[in-house]
Design a protein around this ligand. Structure first.
Ligand SMILES: [Zn+2]
Length: 395
């Protein structure tokens, strides 16, 4: 900008000016829907492998759209098999709905998978959205979904992802309890029970819950614990208990939600482009064998591991004493009695104490999901924006 006009108006000011120009270029809301097919055509042209589709109603009016960027489709193979889904209202003239689907990367950051926009939040729109998602988002072993208790999401998963498990987000479940005016003590018991790794701990906490507030207990148990409690969850949950990840994505997209459809799509692509670039750079620059987050987790657990007594039972088998409680750690099988090691696929403090005792490499005991290599592969792709309409090449 400075070079061209000989003035330095500052990056952010220049950015805002460009945004205004683009808003003018993209036209009125009505024009937005007319231009949408060409826009999606260009989106695919600029990002080969990207999947887009539009659904129209009987009067040929816009009903829903779906898009999964090529970079996301490819990166998904390197994320843990967990998908969080959410739908939020748009604040633009048409009051539509934005669908956001994300996973988590090796560095424990949200990974964008696919998006959708519908003219209203109805069951039909959800079903269509899940049908489109099924076409592009590869089903993985041990896959599970996380969402609030929305029935349409449950219907979509049941229809198109029958092999996946559907878990309920603890944060949303807690919100339901607060709406029913449950006391803080029982909410804390619920959270601790849901987060317990062992069923005996879950049972003990829930029986305490029952003795304090039987009505709320019955309400909670209407929902099978397999859907919300870690110790009953039929899949490895990798410490993913809430849809926080999708919530944080929504807060990023908050600004975009007030825009017209094409500007929302511009905004999402700009954000994704930035994220892929920044994260690829960060992964490239790290000198650890695991992601920055995983390295920090090791450091955090090391402090706890220092206070633990370790006794060898065999070369790779250990008896651990932590504050008077005994655990058996098997480094060969990668298990610990606390269950954290095998469920999160990250060494627990007990396992770290055992690893330290043998002077072994801690990063060898982390699942590949957290490695630097996996992290890099996740962000190998690029997300390019659809530029000025004048540059479009539409057949
Ligand atoms: Zn342990």
């Amino acid at each position: 900008m400075k070079k061209k006009f000989g003035i330095d108006i500052g990056y952010h000011k220049a950015w805002r000016a460009i945004q205004k120009v683009v808003a003018c270029i993209r036209g009125t809301p009505e024009e937005n829907y007319q231009i949408l097919p060409s826009y999606l055509h260009m989106m695919v042209g600029k990002n080969p492998g990207t999947y887009t589709s539009i659904k129209r109603d009987a009067q040929n009016r816009f009903a829903c759209m779906f898009f999964a960027p090529a970079a996301s489709i490819a990166g998904w193979s390197y994320c843990r098999p967990v998908i969080a889904v959410d739908a939020t209202f748009l604040k633009s003239k048409y009051n539509g709905v934005l669908f956001v689907v994300v996973s988590k990367d090796a560095n424990n950051q949200i990974f964008p998978l696919c998006f959708g926009i519908a003219d209203s939040k109805n069951n039909e729109a959800y079903i269509w959205f899940f049908g489109e998602m099924r076409k592009e988002i590869q089903v993985r072993r041990e896959l599970f979904f996380l969402s609030d208790r929305n029935q349409s999401i449950a219907n979509g998963i049941r229809k198109f992802f029958l092999e996946a498990h559907h878990g309920i987000c603890l944060y949303h479940f807690e919100k339901n309890l607060k709406q029913r005016h449950a006391k803080a003590t029982v909410i804390n018991l619920f959270q601790s029970a849901a987060r317990s790794y062992k069923r005996e701990d879950f049972n003990q906490l829930m029986s305490q819950f029952k003795s304090i507030d039987k009505k709320t207990y019955n309400y909670i148990m209407e929902e099978p614990p397999e859907r919300w409690a870690r110790s009953w969850f039929p899949r490895r949950r990798y410490d993913r208990l809430t849809t926080n990840m999708v919530e944080s994505m929504n807060s990023v997209l908050l600004k975009g939600r007030e825009m017209y459809i094409l500007r929302i799509l511009d905004f999402i692509q700009e954000k994704l482009g930035e994220w892929f670039y920044e994260r690829r750079k960060k992964a490239n620059e790290t000198f650890h064998r695991v992601s920055i987050w995983a390295e920090e987790e090791i450091t955090r657990k090391m402090d706890l591991a220092c206070k633990i007594f370790v006794f060898n039972l065999d070369s790779m088998l250990f008896r651990i004493n932590s504050e008077g409680i005994e655990f058996i750690v098997d480094l060969k099988k990668r298990t610990c009695d606390c269950l954290e090691f095998q469920l999160d696929e990250l060494p627990c403090p007990h396992a770290i104490a055992a690893i330290n005792k043998r002077y072994l490499q801690k990063s060898d005991y982390y699942s590949n999901w957290y490695s630097r290599e996996t992290w890099l592969k996740t962000y190998e792709g690029y997300v390019n924006t659809v530029e000025d309409q004048k540059s479009w090449d539409i057949p």
